[in-house]
Structure formats: structure tokens, C-alpha cells
Design a protein around this ligand. Structure first.
Ligand code: PLP
Length: 349
């Protein structure tokens, strides 16, 4: 079988959630962001594990993602939709008890007209200029909206992974200006904001990447292991080339393993001649270009050809691989291909 195995440690995700929860003061609730299929790891299983660990509030990007999480969790937990209330969402929001974070006057009007009395939150733009109601609009609608009793006011930091960036304080001040005195629950911080300190926590935090073992949460437990089967090995003589474009040439007699994953599985082409795979504790360099379904790896120094090589594991984190590819851990995780066999690791109690 040439299907690669992505192992996902649900206990590690739960442990990361608890660790992030402990980082904030008592009285601050910790939600869980499970958008984009829980950063590529499978929203239904991940959300259930997090609910078991104690998470009661979840965030997704789209109403459709919210529907999948509701199906996994059943009634009870609050499921918040970051894209708000889009045309066509009304029935789903109503039937599945999803809570939109309204982002604009248009969405506010749509929501109050279509679903009066249905819970909602408001996302405020504090300077990122991506999603949310801006200060002048907010000043105009706040008096009416506050009567409708939003479940929360939220905003999002643009530079939270850079603790010294002046944007953090600027957004914090803007968030205070927009929300002080409202008496409503407030949510401001994702993983990076939690690490900035308690003045960023407010009532509810919204970690995503830290749950899945990614930076900037240095203390995170490792969540994913990706093991790729070796399909074939061959000897290559000095002067022979490997892969598309002949970009790697053997300088000495070499043994090359052909491994069953490529850029269609989220191994970016920018990893060509740049990534490391692991046979247990032994590093083996990826040589030549990444193809759609295959990569080639120099295993000359191994005593015997391995059955599989790890590209994510104890020696190489999602962020290490992201560095090699010139991207961030978020993109590595959410690009993990759908051809992998997913194996969920969970202590059965
Ligand atoms: C993605 C996202 C989060 C989670 O961010 P992480 O950096 O993954 O912790 C929280 N809030 C909003 C609005 C987001 O878009």
C-alpha cells in the first residue's frame, strides 16, 4: 500500500488546549478555533476531543464548517461563524444554532431582519482592515445593537506573533475605545495574543494554531506525525541525475528511495533539494524536485532501505518543515493532502 499515514494525536491537542487555558487568568474562557477542518486535521474528531477536554465554545470560518462541527458535537456548545451572516446562511444558522460574528452594517441588517432574537456577536475592526465593523459605523449602530444583546464583541490582532510590534498596543487601545462600558463579553486574542499577556485576554480567548502544535506557542506538544512509504529504491552512479529537470546529480555512488507523496499531498515544490526526511533518528535529504505524487530521498548512508520515512515527527516539526518550504506552519497544516490515511491517536478511557 502506497498510502501515507498522517497520525494525529488528539490527546496532544487536548493537552495544548488545557495549557493555553492555564495561561489565562481564571474567569477567562478558552474557546477553540477549528476552521478549515481544524487546520487540516479533521474538525469532527478534533472538536469532539476538545469538547471532552472542556471546550464549550468553538470558532469556524464558514457556516458550512459550523454545520459539520454541530453534527459532530450535538446541541450545547456554542459554534461561532467568523464570516458572519452571509446571504444564503440564514436557514443553516437557524436550524443548527450557529452564532454569526457580524462584520458589517449589511450583515447586521440581514441578521436582525432574518433572524430576530437569534444569538449573534459583532466583530470590530481595530486596524487590521480585514473583517469587522469600523469605529464610525460602530458608533452609529452600537446603541441599537447593544439592545439586541450580542453574545460577544470581538476583534483580531494583525501582529500578535511579534510581541514588540507597536500595532499590538494600538489595536488594544482601539478595542478598549470601542468596547469599554458596554458590559458585554469581549474576545480579542488568538494564540499569539494569549502569549502577549493578561491585558490581551478579556473574557474569551480563541486559540487555533497553538492547539495543533504550531508557533508561536513554543510549549506546544507535538500533534502530527507524517510517515511516507518507500515505493522503490535504486542505485545511482556518479554523474546520473534524479527527477524532473535533472536538478540533482550524484557525486558518488548513491542509493535513492522513491517515496509516495508529492506536492498534491501538501509537500510544496519549494521543498525541492531542501527538505530532510527521517529514518528513526537518521536524517536523509530530499534530492531533486518534488513531483506531484513522489519525492526522491538520498538514503546512501542507511544500512538498509527503510519501509517508510518520516517528514513530520519528533525531529521535524510543522514549523521546521515550513521554514524549509519558505512558509508558515499554518500553511503546511492546512495543505496536508486528502490522500493520507488519517490515524487518530487517543487514550481510550
Ligand atoms: C484564525 C483565527 C483565530 C485563530 O488564530 P491562531 O493564530 O491560529 O491561534 C482566531 N481568531 C480569528 C478571527 C481568526 O481568523
Amino acid at each position: 500500500m502506497a498510502t501515507a499515514t498522517l497520525s494525529i494525536d488528539l490527546d496532544a491537542i487536548a493537552a495544548n488546549w488545557r495549557a493555553l487555558d492555564r495561561l489565562s487568568a481564571s474567569g477567562v474562557q478558552t474557546a477553540a478555533v477549528v476552521k478549515a477542518d481544524a487546520y487540516g486535521l479533521g474538525a469532527p474528531r478534533v472538536a469532539r476531543a476538545l469538547a471532552q477536554a472542556g471546550a464549550r465554545r468553538f470558532f469556524v470560518a464558514l457556516a458550512e464548517e459550523g454545520a459539520a462541527v454541530r453534527q459532530a458535537l450535538g446541541p450545547g456548545p456554542q459554534i461561532n461563524i467568523l464570516s458572519g451572516h452571509m446571504a444564503g446562511d440564514t436557514e443553516m444558522l437557524h436550524d443548527l444554532d450557529l452564532t454569526p460574528m457580524l462584520n458589517s452594517l449589511e450583515q447586521i441588517t440581514r441578521h436582525l431582519e432574518a433572524l430576530p432574537g437569534h444569538p449573534f456577536g459583532v466583530q470590530l475592526d481595530t486596524g487590521m482592515n480585514r473583517l469587522g465593523v469600523e469605529l464610525p459605523e460602530w458608533q452609529a449602530v452600537a446603541p441599537i445593537l447593544l439592545e439586541a444583546d450580542p453574545v460577544m464583541l470581538m476583534s483580531h490582532l494583525a501582529c500578535a506573533d511579534e510581541p514588540d510590534h507597536p500595532m499590538n498596543l494600538r489595536q488594544l487601545e482601539m478595542f478598549h475605545e470601542m468596547t469599554d462600558g458596554t458590559g458585554l463579553p469581549r474576545s480579542f486574542s488568538a494564540t499569539g495574543g494569549i502569549l502577549l499577556g493578561p491585558q490581551y485576554h478579556f473574557d474569551l480567548t480563541r486559540p487555533g494554531i497553538g492547539l495543533y502544535g504550531g508557533q508561536p506557542f513554543e510549549m506546544a506538544s507535538r500533534v502530527v506525525t507524517l510517515s511516507l512509504p518507500v515505493i522503490q529504491t535504486r542505485e545511482v552512479a556518479p554523474g546520473e541525475a534524479v527527477g524532473y529537470g535533472n536538478t540533482w546529480e550524484a557525486e558518488a555512488p548513491s542509493v535513492i528511495a522513491t517515496v509516495a507523496a508529492g506536492y498534491a499531498d501538501g509537500l510544496f515544490r519549494s521543498l525541492s533539494n531542501g527538505a530532510i526526511l527521517w529514518d528513526g533518528n537518521t536524517p536523509c535529504p530530499l534530492v531533486g524536485r518534488v513531483s506531484m505524487d513522489l519525492i526522491t530521498v538520498d538514503i546512501t548512508h542507511l544500512p538498509e532501505p527503510p519501509k517508510a520515512l518520516d517528514i513530520l515527527g519528533p525531529h521535524q516539526s510543522v514549523d521546521d518543515l515550513a521554514d524549509a518550504a519558505g512558509t508558515i506552519g499554518y500553511e503546511i497544516l492546512t495543505s496536508l493532502g486528502n490522500r493520507y490515511g488519517r490515524r487518530y491517536v487517543e487514550a481510550r478511557g
